[in-house]
Design a protein around this ligand. Structure first.
Ligand code: AHR
Length: 634
């Protein structure tokens, strides 16, 4: 690992100059010099408020006016060379031009975030379960169970008119961590945290965090971590809206209030740049705020007691970004800058830091991410030519069926990172590689986590294989299909091959707009509308998987296909006898478990407008509750 000499914020001009000359190493790209003083950075403001930064990171700018060291380190794939990326001027903005030429024609990984405080609490890629004492944590996909780094070029933005890159946590197991940080608050000492993130990429999975966590990458119990969580996971239930929200990950729960849920008047906290704030006095109060990273002030979402069982806090000296305290790998998000402070920052200090962020000139965060898609499938084992059967939540999956019925049907959520989660229709539970793959696959989990996540591998013959995310082993139809499926193979042969085929299955759609079922009104002669409280034949549709990955809906009301009539300009109606472009939809899987229907003909989401009182129409350009439906398998 390359190390770079770094100047301390309080170092005098002469000493700084001599240090720079004496210590500068032949590191690609960065030399340490001191320029004229710049305007204050976020950590100067925190210091003035008596709550100094003890760990501060940014890929875009200096956090102190006097900082002139590296911001982060990248490594390129072509020759494994590393490069430190620094500032265009002391206390100023990033100079990312060297990164662009260094990474030309190859890929670059962000391997380390430099701490800009005097503590040198740098964050390399998280060790995951690979470090000594970390065996109880969740493994990442990197060597020996470590995590992986972000693609250094994947999140281009502009700051103050200069090109910059954020940290994109979009692949399972991307994470950074330092398990031996100095001078940060521990135990129940008061602590403040902020980060600049974005709602362009979030998830409902655990956990996109930034802040303090356990030193052993493991769940050490309630209150052993204090990090900002940003996402739409609502573990306690009772949340309003679909998020994302700023929360406190205090271990074994992301809390948006002492009881758990977010305030009902704040159904989501969004923006292409979002500032997220958490402070915790360790015993009697934690406070959550959010703001727009481009303009305006802060909104307090919660300030009050800690959850039951979290007083006093027992925070450990570790700082992490991108994962949960136990290295839970599934959260996704974006990061541009953030800091951990000693002490409980005042509102005035936080307001000043917010003003500092908005004046930095963050723009052009236009990176978009396709949502997960859903389909309904069967799996036919090459081992014996039989279909995988998930009989119930106490019987392991086995390839023993000669035809496809409900027990052989799975709702497959395809995530954008190439992984899938499978929900068995037989019991509505998610398929898990039980005991981290040491026991057979079984459909008995209420929510997908690492053991319920599989990479979908496409084989040359058109079949697929499933590699369990957490133990990285391939699922086999053991004993030529005579025994249950288990994730314990390292290579693919016929027992590990499955034909994945779409299944036509009757479903109903419950609209989030008004919690009623979508009906093909008037025996299908009128447009679809969400106005029924019970499911009958007018509220039932065959969900048909097409070979291009789209789905079509055939109404039981009249046996006709649902069309986004007039190329989507008119409401949906079930009156077509064949499937063409107007009758094709992408089934989008939302992070809260609902689905949306994206009309292929006009690329608009199907809305239940006016609180569901008007007919369904493909007119929305983004997904709100009016475009969400619970998929109910009859
Ligand atoms: O608190 C939520 C998560 O629960 C933590 O991040 C993780 O350590 C545990 O799985």
């Amino acid at each position: 690992m390359l190390a770079l000499p770094r100047l301390r914020r309080r170092t005098g001009l002469l000493v700084a100059f001599l240090l720079a000359v004496a210590l500068a190493l032949p590191v690609f790209g960065t030399t340490v010099t001191r320029a004229a003083a710049a305007s204050p950075g976020p950590c100067d403001i925190y210091a003035s408020g008596g709550t100094p930064c003890e760990a501060a990171y940014s890929t875009t700018r200096a956090m102190f006016a006097s900082y002139n060291g590296p911001l982060y380190q990248i490594q390129r794939a072509s020759d494994s060379a590393a490069l430190n990326i620094g500032l265009a001027s002391a206390g100023g903005l990033v100079d990312s031009a060297p990164q662009v030429s260094f990474c030309a024609g190859t890929t670059c990984t962000l391997v380390q975030l430099y701490d800009q405080t005097p503590n040198a609490n740098n964050m390399p890629i998280s060790p995951g379960s690979s470090c000594s004492g970390c065996a109880n944590g969740l493994s990442g996909p990197g060597p020996n169970g470590s995590d992986i780094g972000a693609d250094a070029m994947a999140l281009p933005i502009t700051v103050g008119g200069r090109p910059a890159y954020g940290v994109l946590v979009d692949t399972i197991g991307t994470g950074y961590r330092n398990n031996a940080v100095k001078n940060v608050p521990i135990g129940s000492q008061p602590e403040g945290i902020y980060m600049l993130t974005s709602s362009n990429l979030t998830s409902g999975s655990c956990c996109f965090d930034f802040g303090s966590a356990e030193t052993d990458d493991s769940d050490d119990g309630n209150s052993t971590m204090n990090a900002i969580y940003y996402g739409s996971a609502c573990w306690t239930g009772g949340c309003t809206g679909s998020g994302p929200w700023v929360g406190g990950d205090l271990e074994n729960g992301m809390y948006f209030s002492a009881a758990g849920p977010n305030p009902s008047n704040i159904p989501s906290e969004t923006g292409s740049f979002v500032t997220a704030w958490e402070k915790n006095n360790g015993t009697t109060n934690f406070t959550l705020k959010y703001g727009n990273g481009q303009s305006g002030g802060l909104t307090q979402a919660y300030s009050g007691a800690l959850p039951d069982g979290y007083n006093p806090m027992k925070v450990q000296p570790s700082v992490e970004l991108g994962t949960g305290g136990d290295n839970s790998p599934e959260g996704t998000g974006e990061f541009f800058e953030g800091a951990v402070t000693k002490g409980f920052p005042t509102d005035a200090t936080e307001n000043s830091v917010q003003a500092n962020i908005t004046s930095a000139g963050y723009t052009n965060n236009t990176t978009t991410f396709p949502p997960p898609t859903e389909s309904v499938v069967s799996l036919k084992a090459h081992a014996n030519g039989k279909y995988v059967d998930a009989a119930n939540s106490s019987t392991s999956l086995v390839a023993d069926a000669t035809s496809v019925g409900r027990n052989e049907t799975f709702d497959m959520v395809a995530n954008t990172n190439g992984t899938v989660n499978l929900k068995a229709l037989s019991d509505n539970d998610w398929v898990t590689a039980e005991s981290n793959g040491n026991a057979p696959l079984i459909a008995n989990r209420g929510a997908p986590g690492p053991w319920e996540t599989f990479s979908l591998l496409h084989n040359p013959d058109g079949s697929v294989s499933l590699r369990a995310y957490n133990n990285q082993h391939i699922v086999t139809a053991e004993n030529a299909g005579a025994s249950a499926l288990i994730a314990n193979r390292t290579a693919i042969g016929p027992w590990e091959e499955f034909d994945l085929a779409p299944v036509t299955v009757p479903v109903s759609f419950r609209a989030h707009a008004n919690n009623t079922y979508v009906s093909a009104e008037n025996t299908g002669a009128s447009a679809l509308i969400a106005d029924r409280t019970a499911i009958g034949s007018w509220e039932t549709f065959d969900l048909i998987g097409n070979t291009d990955g789209s789905v079509s809906l055939k109404a039981h009301a009249d046996g006709d296909y649902v069309t986004a009539d007039n190329a989507g300009a008119a409401p949906l109606i079930a009156n077509r006898t064949a499937i063409g472009p107007w009758e094709k939809f992408t089934l989008v899987g939302n992070t809260d478990g609902s689905v949306s229907l994206l009309a292929r003909v006009n690329n608009h989401d199907v809305s239940a407008p006016d609180g569901g009182t008007s007919p369904l129409i493909a007119s929305a350009t983004s997904i709100t509750s009016a475009e969400k439906y619970d998929l109910v398998f009859d």
